[in-house]
Design a protein around this ligand. Sequence first.
Ligand SMILES: NC(=O)C1=CN([C@@H]2O[C@H](COP(=O)(O)OP(=O)(O)OC[C@H]3O[C@@H](n4cnc5c(N)ncnc54)[C@H](O)[C@@H]3O)[C@@H](O)[C@H]2O)C=CC1
Ligand SMILES: CCCCCCCCCCCCCC(=O)O
Length: 760
Amino acid sequence: MSREQQAVARARKAFETGRSKSVEHRIRQLKNLQRLFTEKQSVISAAVKKDLNKSEVGTQLYETLGLEGELNTAINHLKEWAAPRPVEKNLLTISDTVYIKPEPLGVVLIIGAWNYPWAVTIQPLIGAIAAGHGGPAANLHRQRALPRSDWGVSETQELLRQRFDHIFYTGNSVVGKLIMEAAAKNLTPVTLELGGKSPCYIDKNCDLTIACRRVAWGKYTNCGQTCIAPDYILCEPSIQDRVIEEVKKAIKEFYTDNPKTCPDYGRIINQRHFKRIMNMLEGSTVAAGGDNEESDCYIAPTVLRDVKPEAKVMQEEIFGPLLPILSVSGLDEAIKFINKGEKPLALYCFSSDNKVINRMTDETSSGGFLANDCLVHFSVGSLPFGGVGNSGMGCYHGKYSFDQLSHLRSCLIKKLNMEGVNRMRYPPHTPKKLGWARFFILNSVDLGWVGRMALLAVMVVVAAVVLQCTAQWCYQSQYSCDDTCRDPIRWAAQFPSCGGLRQSPINIVSTKVHVNSALPPFNFIGHTNTINITVENKGHSAHFALPHSVRLTGGALPGHYRAAQFHFHWGGNGRPGSEHTIDGEQFPMELHIVHIKEPYGSLAEAEHDMAGIALLAFLFEESPDDNPHLDSVIASLGRVKNNGSSTVIPNFRLSDIIPSDKDLFSYYRYVGSMTTPGCEQAVAWTLFHRTLPISSLQLDAITQQCRFWTGQPMTDIFRPTQPLDGRVVYRSKAGAALRGVMHWWVGVSSVLLGRTGLIH
Ligand SMILES: NC(=O)C1=CN([C@@H]2O[C@H](COP(=O)(O)OP(=O)(O)OC[C@H]3O[C@@H](n4cnc5c(N)ncnc54)[C@H](O)[C@@H]3O)[C@@H](O)[C@H]2O)C=CC1
Ligand SMILES: CCCCCCCCCCCCCC(=O)O
């Protein structure tokens, strides 16, 4: 067995153990990778310095900074990305569970190029780990930098003879075709991140100093060896001299009069490429630069003027520090010229005129389009990065990497009942059955008012049947194959709001929250009263009923609220059980205090108001000592072991289990839903920064006492985090002024109401 065969076999074996399927395992792997960049930064920079003469700061700026960002995004969003994605249904499938399940494909081969050796190998690797794969990566670092880990062309060729489940290739288009040919033998899907000539049109109507500075930065960074570098400039002859002068000024500003000695100016990767680039100068006029030294792989930042389309430098991607300027009569000719060539990886257009920018986007095609800047789209993780046509296929970065390397499996889970509805599809096929099929599948038919009434009647009947036939909801911990209950991913089938776009709980990414000074402290009323409270096992959790005398105002909530009940969400057997997570971390337990807006009399009434319910949430953290204030709560749970049983805690004070209001000024706020079915989207959530203590013994006592309505131990009673779907999480600013109180709510509700899609 060759080295390469062994590597693939190892990767496949590791994948087949199923370990990489666990999201927690993937997050651990990503965190390990994160550590690599903190611990090995200087080794990484030293290697890249040897290869390309990049400075340490340059390596961080252009390579590792972006990777750190990608790692943070993947770690914070992985649970959300990997979760089943409920989809819209038609009438025929209304009672089924229909969703997309992202699944790992298996073993992925990542082949990277040498120009940004870390960015182009590790960035796809982050996507591959996030998607749950195993697999080797073929590095193309130059031998003098990383001799031992170097897998070059012959190793890659051997790897390509093996079978993979996806091949992710970055490099030139000629080899791209070889990759696709090798992949075709096993019908292996490929992502091809290729290059090509990326045009840059400079309109005469723009600030040439700024435009040329940005173009010079995009071109000469990494000595032009950037796949998205502007390859050549198109402009009118009348501005050519100014463009040359401004580019020269920028070169001097960035790299001094002598770029050769400037630590920020790179080198060509090897002598072969040096010769290739120098040959391209043949037949063109040098307007600036042109100095070179083969032994040092040095080519100065160079500008070429009056270049003809037939010139050597225009026949292939330059991938070096030569910047040819071609004359065009204006925008029309520039567009024509661009469209005559292969579709580029990037297209740049500099103009102060939006009409020019719009025409350029509308009338051309390219992997990415930037107006008035270069390269920076590579650093925006929410944009898909990739080519089109000759510049590649597939895309990556952020969630796109995850999706690109996942199989999006379509799942439809039907029950073996309601067979009547299916008769329309079984033979003998008749026109009447076809009519019913049309009715159930096409829900956009115009039926007229009689038809609409009939549809309504049918839907009522269907809904009644569905309701009769569907089982109760349950938590994941209760669900097993022979159970009929609906676990969290199936809640939406029975409770449509659970599939809405404002669902709770969520993962709070602390670096993405918006600080809002219009979030003042709360006023708690009646929290210190001594009361007798009833505790009841509700089958899914235990509820602690609160009297109307416990009330809440302030906190920028739009009204006065009265308490209804509180309850806890917990894990089991040492597992965490909070519903909300912070930066991906789940806490041992979470307390929810439910309040209803006045004058509503019940949760059912409050559900129709976007902030009809105010939920206060507290996360618990494990403490070495017992929290004595929880003793009565724990003891009461021991008296409500079974569904429906209840007890009373005498002389209870809410203020004993939560901190006093002066310690509760700091919190997160967002709009969401109840975390149990029907998942009503009517909740203003407040998650306090201050955590509550609980010992591990107390946690065990809590999680071991009660039973679900099914009789199983009541453990892991939490809903997984839900997508944020564009919502904003706010963080209060300590000492906020009261006059800001209404602004927060008015602002949030108008943003949400403005996006009608968010109101379900
Ligand atoms: N779209 C993108 O994200 C990027 C594209 N590129 C493009 O890559 C090109 C520059 O890189 P290259 O010189 O191609 O890099 P390269 O010479 O490093 O080749 C890329 C990879 O292909 C493998 N390879 C080369 N010849 C092979 C063969 N005959 N059979 C099998 N494998 C082979 C190498 O082992 C290497 O891992 C440019 O066209 C550039 O635009 C570079 C970086 C990023
Ligand atoms: C201030 C931060 C600016 C960040 C700009 C990032 C541009 C990075 C380009 C890296 C390109 C890597 C792949 C390639 O194009 O060859």
